[in-house]
Write a protein of this length. Sequence first.
Length: 271
Amino acid sequence: MTDTIFDLVHGDGPLVISMPHCGTALSPGLAERLTEEALTLRDTDWHIPRLYGFASGLGATLLSARYSRYVVDLNRASTGESLYPGQATTGLCPDVLFDGTPLYREGQAPDAAEVAQRVEGYWRPYHDALAAELARVKARHGFALLYDAHSIRSQVPRLFEGRLPDLNLGTAHGTSADPGLIARVVTAMESAVAAEGMTCVTNGRFVGGHITRAYGQPGHGVHAIQMELAQDRYMDEEAPPFAYRPDRASRLQRVLTAVLDAFAGWRPAQG
Protein backbone atom coordinates (compact mmCIF):
# COMPACT_ATOMS: atom_id res chain seq x y z
CA MET A 1 0.00 0.00 0.00
CA THR A 2 2.84 2.38 0.75
CA ASP A 3 3.60 3.03 -2.92
CA THR A 4 0.11 4.54 -3.29
CA ILE A 5 0.45 6.87 -0.28
CA PHE A 6 3.07 9.16 -1.80
CA ASP A 7 4.95 9.92 -5.00
CA LEU A 8 8.72 9.85 -4.88
CA VAL A 9 11.18 11.06 -7.52
CA HIS A 10 14.82 10.47 -6.66
CA GLY A 11 17.32 13.22 -7.33
CA ASP A 12 21.10 13.09 -7.22
CA GLY A 13 21.69 16.31 -5.28
CA PRO A 14 21.56 17.07 -1.54
CA LEU A 15 18.12 18.75 -1.77
CA VAL A 16 14.96 16.92 -0.66
CA ILE A 17 11.62 18.68 -1.14
CA SER A 18 8.76 17.42 1.01
CA MET A 19 5.16 18.25 0.03
CA PRO A 20 3.03 16.79 2.83
CA HIS A 21 -0.23 18.67 2.26
CA CYS A 22 -0.77 18.47 -1.49
CA GLY A 23 -2.73 15.21 -1.46
CA THR A 24 -6.42 15.03 -2.30
CA ALA A 25 -7.23 11.32 -1.90
CA LEU A 26 -9.49 10.23 0.94
CA SER A 27 -9.29 6.94 2.82
CA PRO A 28 -12.07 4.38 2.15
CA GLY A 29 -15.45 5.50 3.52
CA LEU A 30 -14.21 8.92 4.65
CA ALA A 31 -16.05 11.00 2.05
CA GLU A 32 -19.45 9.91 3.36
CA ARG A 33 -18.52 11.21 6.83
CA LEU A 34 -17.38 14.69 5.82
CA THR A 35 -19.44 17.87 5.59
CA GLU A 36 -20.20 19.33 2.17
CA GLU A 37 -17.70 22.12 2.79
CA ALA A 38 -14.98 19.65 3.81
CA LEU A 39 -15.52 17.71 0.59
CA THR A 40 -14.21 20.71 -1.38
CA LEU A 41 -10.82 19.98 0.27
CA ARG A 42 -10.40 23.72 0.66
CA ASP A 43 -7.46 23.46 3.05
CA THR A 44 -5.29 21.52 0.58
CA ASP A 45 -1.89 22.91 -0.45
CA TRP A 46 -3.15 22.98 -4.02
CA HIS A 47 -0.84 22.43 -7.03
CA ILE A 48 2.38 22.42 -5.03
CA PRO A 49 4.00 19.61 -7.10
CA ARG A 50 3.23 21.57 -10.28
CA LEU A 51 4.50 24.83 -8.84
CA TYR A 52 7.80 23.22 -7.83
CA GLY A 53 8.12 21.10 -10.94
CA PHE A 54 11.18 23.08 -11.97
CA ALA A 55 13.10 21.77 -8.94
CA SER A 56 13.91 18.47 -10.62
CA GLY A 57 16.38 20.48 -12.68
CA LEU A 58 18.24 21.24 -9.46
CA GLY A 59 18.74 17.54 -8.81
CA ALA A 60 16.12 17.60 -6.06
CA THR A 61 14.41 14.56 -4.61
CA LEU A 62 10.65 15.19 -4.60
CA LEU A 63 8.37 13.54 -2.05
CA SER A 64 4.66 14.39 -2.29
CA ALA A 65 1.66 13.07 -0.40
CA ARG A 66 -1.31 11.60 -2.24
CA TYR A 67 -3.74 11.61 0.69
CA SER A 68 -5.44 14.65 2.12
CA ARG A 69 -4.43 16.24 5.38
CA TYR A 70 -8.01 15.44 6.44
CA VAL A 71 -6.96 11.78 6.65
CA VAL A 72 -3.89 12.58 8.75
CA ASP A 73 -1.69 15.65 8.90
CA LEU A 74 1.84 14.65 7.97
CA ASN A 75 3.23 17.89 9.38
CA ARG A 76 2.08 17.14 12.92
CA ALA A 77 3.75 14.91 15.48
CA SER A 78 2.28 11.42 15.58
CA THR A 79 1.54 11.99 19.26
CA GLY A 80 -0.73 14.92 18.40
CA GLU A 81 0.67 17.79 20.48
CA SER A 82 -0.01 21.30 19.22
CA LEU A 83 2.58 23.05 17.07
CA TYR A 84 1.47 26.44 18.35
CA PRO A 85 0.23 26.15 21.95
CA GLY A 86 -2.31 28.82 22.75
CA GLN A 87 -2.97 29.65 19.10
CA ALA A 88 -5.67 28.36 16.77
CA THR A 89 -4.46 25.50 14.61
CA THR A 90 -5.58 22.08 13.38
CA GLY A 91 -4.56 18.70 14.74
CA LEU A 92 -3.11 15.39 13.69
CA CYS A 93 -6.48 14.12 12.45
CA PRO A 94 -8.32 17.45 12.26
CA ASP A 95 -11.98 17.71 13.17
CA VAL A 96 -12.40 21.32 12.02
CA LEU A 97 -11.50 23.24 8.88
CA PHE A 98 -9.10 26.17 8.98
CA ASP A 99 -12.03 28.52 9.56
CA GLY A 100 -13.19 26.49 12.58
CA THR A 101 -16.27 24.92 11.02
CA PRO A 102 -16.82 21.16 11.46
CA LEU A 103 -14.99 18.79 9.16
CA TYR A 104 -17.20 15.83 10.01
CA ARG A 105 -20.92 15.23 10.01
CA GLU A 106 -22.31 14.90 13.52
CA GLY A 107 -20.98 11.85 15.34
CA GLN A 108 -18.59 10.87 12.52
CA ALA A 109 -15.23 12.11 13.86
CA PRO A 110 -12.57 9.43 14.36
CA ASP A 111 -11.96 7.89 17.78
CA ALA A 112 -8.52 7.25 19.25
CA ALA A 113 -8.27 3.78 17.70
CA GLU A 114 -8.98 5.11 14.21
CA VAL A 115 -6.46 7.91 14.67
CA ALA A 116 -3.84 5.32 15.61
CA GLN A 117 -4.69 3.30 12.50
CA ARG A 118 -4.30 6.36 10.29
CA VAL A 119 -0.94 7.13 11.84
CA GLU A 120 0.31 3.62 11.10
CA GLY A 121 -1.26 3.39 7.66
CA TYR A 122 -0.57 6.85 6.24
CA TRP A 123 1.64 8.99 8.50
CA ARG A 124 4.39 6.49 9.23
CA PRO A 125 5.06 5.36 5.63
CA TYR A 126 5.53 8.97 4.53
CA HIS A 127 7.92 9.72 7.36
CA ASP A 128 9.80 6.46 6.83
CA ALA A 129 10.29 7.48 3.20
CA LEU A 130 11.37 11.00 4.15
CA ALA A 131 13.87 9.75 6.71
CA ALA A 132 15.23 7.22 4.22
CA GLU A 133 15.74 9.88 1.53
CA LEU A 134 17.49 12.24 3.91
CA ALA A 135 19.78 9.40 4.99
CA ARG A 136 20.46 8.51 1.35
CA VAL A 137 21.46 12.01 0.26
CA LYS A 138 23.43 12.60 3.45
CA ALA A 139 25.39 9.41 2.85
CA ARG A 140 26.18 10.60 -0.67
CA HIS A 141 26.96 14.26 0.01
CA GLY A 142 27.84 14.39 3.70
CA PHE A 143 24.80 16.56 4.47
CA ALA A 144 21.15 16.91 3.48
CA LEU A 145 18.96 19.92 2.70
CA LEU A 146 15.25 19.57 3.46
CA TYR A 147 12.78 22.07 2.03
CA ASP A 148 9.22 21.60 3.32
CA ALA A 149 6.82 23.12 0.77
CA HIS A 150 3.41 24.48 1.76
CA SER A 151 0.72 26.96 0.78
CA ILE A 152 -2.42 28.39 2.36
CA ARG A 153 -5.19 30.87 1.55
CA SER A 154 -3.88 34.39 1.84
CA GLN A 155 -6.56 35.27 4.40
CA VAL A 156 -7.71 32.93 7.17
CA PRO A 157 -8.89 35.16 10.05
CA ARG A 158 -9.03 32.29 12.54
CA LEU A 159 -5.33 31.53 12.01
CA PHE A 160 -3.79 34.95 11.40
CA GLU A 161 -4.74 38.61 11.12
CA GLY A 162 -4.99 40.37 7.79
CA ARG A 163 -3.32 39.13 4.64
CA LEU A 164 -0.42 36.71 4.89
CA PRO A 165 2.89 37.77 3.30
CA ASP A 166 3.47 36.09 -0.05
CA LEU A 167 6.42 34.02 1.17
CA ASN A 168 6.69 32.85 4.77
CA LEU A 169 10.02 31.23 5.62
CA GLY A 170 10.22 29.13 8.77
CA THR A 171 13.44 28.01 10.44
CA ALA A 172 12.17 27.04 13.90
CA HIS A 173 13.47 30.40 15.09
CA GLY A 174 16.87 29.81 13.57
CA THR A 175 17.46 26.32 14.96
CA SER A 176 16.62 24.04 12.03
CA ALA A 177 19.52 24.97 9.72
CA ASP A 178 23.01 26.42 9.74
CA PRO A 179 22.86 30.19 10.50
CA GLY A 180 24.92 31.00 7.42
CA LEU A 181 22.57 28.96 5.24
CA ILE A 182 19.54 30.70 6.70
CA ALA A 183 21.09 34.11 6.08
CA ARG A 184 21.90 33.12 2.50
CA VAL A 185 18.30 32.03 1.84
CA VAL A 186 16.79 35.10 3.51
CA THR A 187 18.97 37.41 1.43
CA ALA A 188 17.98 35.64 -1.79
CA MET A 189 14.30 35.67 -0.84
CA GLU A 190 14.22 39.34 0.09
CA SER A 191 15.98 40.36 -3.12
CA ALA A 192 13.72 38.23 -5.30
CA VAL A 193 10.45 39.38 -3.76
CA ALA A 194 11.52 43.00 -4.05
CA ALA A 195 12.18 42.51 -7.76
CA GLU A 196 8.71 41.00 -8.25
CA GLY A 197 6.81 43.40 -6.00
CA MET A 198 5.94 40.72 -3.47
CA THR A 199 6.27 40.44 0.31
CA CYS A 200 8.02 38.02 2.65
CA VAL A 201 8.70 37.31 6.30
CA THR A 202 10.98 34.97 8.24
CA ASN A 203 9.63 33.17 11.32
CA GLY A 204 6.37 35.10 11.31
CA ARG A 205 3.10 33.30 11.89
CA PHE A 206 4.61 30.10 10.49
CA VAL A 207 7.98 29.12 11.94
CA GLY A 208 8.02 25.55 10.66
CA GLY A 209 5.90 22.55 11.51
CA HIS A 210 6.77 19.10 12.78
CA ILE A 211 8.82 18.18 9.72
CA THR A 212 11.08 21.21 9.95
CA ARG A 213 11.45 20.93 13.70
CA ALA A 214 11.97 17.16 13.86
CA TYR A 215 14.29 16.67 10.91
CA GLY A 216 16.19 19.95 10.99
CA GLN A 217 19.29 18.94 12.95
CA PRO A 218 22.17 21.04 11.63
CA GLY A 219 24.54 19.56 14.18
CA HIS A 220 23.96 16.19 12.51
CA GLY A 221 24.18 17.46 8.94
CA VAL A 222 20.47 17.87 8.14
CA HIS A 223 19.35 21.43 7.45
CA ALA A 224 15.62 22.11 7.12
CA ILE A 225 13.44 25.08 6.26
CA GLN A 226 9.72 25.47 5.64
CA MET A 227 8.13 27.71 3.03
CA GLU A 228 4.48 28.70 3.34
CA LEU A 229 3.08 30.53 0.30
CA ALA A 230 0.02 32.73 -0.08
CA GLN A 231 -2.11 30.83 -2.57
CA ASP A 232 -3.48 33.83 -4.42
CA ARG A 233 0.00 34.34 -5.86
CA TYR A 234 -0.35 31.28 -8.08
CA MET A 235 -3.99 30.09 -8.14
CA ASP A 236 -7.63 30.98 -7.61
CA GLU A 237 -7.92 30.43 -3.88
CA GLU A 238 -11.51 31.41 -3.12
CA ALA A 239 -13.72 28.67 -4.60
CA PRO A 240 -13.57 25.31 -6.37
CA PRO A 241 -12.07 24.19 -8.65
CA PHE A 242 -9.16 26.19 -7.13
CA ALA A 243 -7.59 26.58 -10.55
CA TYR A 244 -3.88 26.95 -11.15
CA ARG A 245 -3.00 30.31 -12.70
CA PRO A 246 0.13 30.04 -14.87
CA ASP A 247 0.24 33.81 -15.31
CA ARG A 248 0.57 34.32 -11.58
CA ALA A 249 2.64 31.20 -10.96
CA SER A 250 5.39 32.21 -13.39
CA ARG A 251 6.24 35.27 -11.30
CA LEU A 252 6.23 33.29 -8.08
CA GLN A 253 8.37 30.58 -9.66
CA ARG A 254 11.05 33.17 -10.41
CA VAL A 255 11.18 33.98 -6.71
CA LEU A 256 11.14 30.34 -5.67
CA THR A 257 13.91 29.55 -8.14
CA ALA A 258 16.10 32.18 -6.49
CA VAL A 259 15.29 30.77 -3.05
CA LEU A 260 16.00 27.18 -4.03
CA ASP A 261 19.16 28.12 -5.91
CA ALA A 262 20.45 29.75 -2.73
CA PHE A 263 19.39 26.83 -0.56
CA ALA A 264 20.57 24.01 -2.82
CA GLY A 265 23.80 25.80 -3.74
CA TRP A 266 25.03 26.06 -0.16
CA ARG A 267 27.83 23.82 1.09
CA PRO A 268 29.00 23.39 4.68
CA ALA A 269 32.35 24.81 5.71
CA GLN A 270 35.18 22.32 5.43
CA GLY A 271 37.28 21.31 8.40
